[in-house]
Design a protein. Sequence first.
Length: 197
Amino acid sequence: MKSTDISNKAWAVWFTGLPGSGKSKLSKLVYDMLADEGITCKRIELDTIRKKYATNPEYTDRERDLVYKKLVDFAAEKVQNGINVIIDASAHKLLYRKYARKKIQRFVEVMIKCPLSVCIERESKRKKGHVVSQMYLRALERKQKGSKFEGLGKVIGVDVPYEENPSAEIIIDSSKNSAEQNALTVKKALLKYLKPK
């Protein structure tokens, strides 16, 4: 397919939201849609960075601060080298995304809103993945009954809040419309935001 030059300078797009909000699926769909337009980019998942800097993750605030800093620095380096980047990471603290904005000139935040109840339902159906199985249900049980679960750190949305950004360039409610429809909406918006000025 003919290449569509939407940028004469590399960029980064960060898909952020609660675990289970659908950001990974959405980012993959958008990645494929951009590829169909002839736009190449690299997808970076937080788990890849975490494995390098936290071999036995405890999901503490200190650990997350370190891992997110490394994630942003890695993405910024790719962008500086002319590589477009898609970041797939919850980034529950707004300061992580603000740090990315400081480091990366051409930056777009795609914030995925989704009711916690929907995220819990989706996550509870997962058999395998990057997160601890039954993460939300276990975190809620721990909070209500004091139960202990080995390897379960602070869970975003239950133990620590997710900080929304009402000024994000693109905001999608993943509980509405299909993932494919939402991905098409995001792709169209990105083509507008990232085109040469």
